[in-house]
Design a protein around this ligand. Structure first.
Ligand code: UDP
Length: 311
């Protein structure tokens, strides 16, 4: 059965891939984006697609897209560099924006899935991170505009389920990469890939011993789509549990690109989480999901895209 589905943050990295997936299933998609970090280039291949339209709108202002069967709320600056630049905007989209989109789901009796984040765990003291862990977040540090907005959003989403019986879902997304990740967004994969392709040294922050676990975009969206159709209302981690130090990740990128340059150590940003790895037992059990694409394979799949971003 085909639905009409609202996707906020549609011009972003994940939002645009989600639109593609939903359209490929035969649905109609209304994308919304205020383009503060999103890029219409991510949607240009949909120009002739009659089942897709993009509304340029800031979800912090209430709006009604008309009857929709489902809402995916993916609007927010998401790279540490972007949300540091757009601090108050990030707080607003993760509070007023989330409430406004929940109201749309409530009004139309639509399902709802919110893109939450491993940042809810902060700099975790429980490893790997399980959904029942409440996190270790600095509420006033440089990352707080993102972390606390996402934590408020989780409270709002759970409340709309608890008080208004909206059919809500919460995915906690761990580091994800792939084509359309903005080359200049300051994230580790985009920085390393672009630096390696330009023959520059790779900027490793701190001593590179901090860890992340990288999921390829198609794996992530498969998990998210399954969750959106499930009966689970509490948070579910979706991410790749293979953990890499940032230094190992730098070496993997250098070897894939075939670059002879090395790494350059730079100061570690304040409150940079020292480790991050999802426990995906819940996703495996509930959704029958697990990632299939290794970091090496995913970087290979992303190589042409990053090459196309070279000046
Ligand atoms: N990082 C790095 N060099 C870079 C960009 C990021 O060493 O050029 C590190 C960063 O300090 C963090 C990790 O890579 O420990 C992941 O950073 P990213 O900004 O991609 O996202 P985060 O997981 O911190 O939200």
């Amino acid at each position: 059965m085909s639905d009409t589905i609202l996707v906020t943050g549609a011009a972003g990295f994940l939002g645009s891939h989600l639109c593609d997936l939903l359209l490929a299933e035969g649905n109609s998609v209304i994308g919304v984006d205020n383009l503060c970090t999103g890029n219409t280039d991510n949607l240009k291949h949909l120009a002739g697609e009659s089942r897709f339209r993009l509304l340029e709108h800031d979800i912090c202002k209430p709006f009604d897209p008309g009857k929709v069967e489902y809402v995916f709320n993916f609007a927010s600056p998401a790279s540490p560099v972007d949300y540091a630049r757009l601090g108050v905007e990030t707080l607003l989209v993760g509070s007023a924006g989330t409430i406004n989109t929940l109201e749309i789901a409530r009004k139309h009796g639509a399902g709802y899935l919110h893109a939450s984040t491993s940042e809810c765990y902060g700099d975790p003291t429980v490893h790997p991170q399980v959904e029942t862990y409440w996190g270790n977040v600095n509420p006033i540090g440089p990352r707080s505009v993102y972390d606390e907005a996402k934590r408020f959003s989780e409270a709002a989403v759970v409340a709309y389920n608890r008080y208004y019986n909206v059919n809500t879902h919460l995915v906690r997304i761990f580091n994800t990469y792939g084509p359309r990740l903005q080359a200049g967004d300051g994230r580790v994969i985009s920085n390393f890939m672009m630096q390696a392709l330009r023959g520059e040294t790779l900027t490793v922050y701190g001593d590179g011993s901090q860890t992340r676990s990288f999921c390829y975009v198609s794996d992530l969206l498969d998990g998210i789509r399954r969750l959106s159709k499930s009966d689970e209302h509490l948070p579910v981690n979706i991410g790749n549990p293979t953990e890499w130090t940032i230094l190992e990740c730098a070496r993997e990128v250098l070897s894939l690109v075939g670059s002879k340059t090395d790494v350059l150590f730079q100061p570690l940003p304040q409150d940079d989480p020292m480790r991050r790895r999802p426990d995906i037992t819940k996703a495996k059990t509930l959704l029958g999901w697990e990632p299939k694409i290794s970091l090496r394979q995913g970087l290979e799949k992303s190589l042409d895209y990053f090459k196309s971003c070279l000046d």
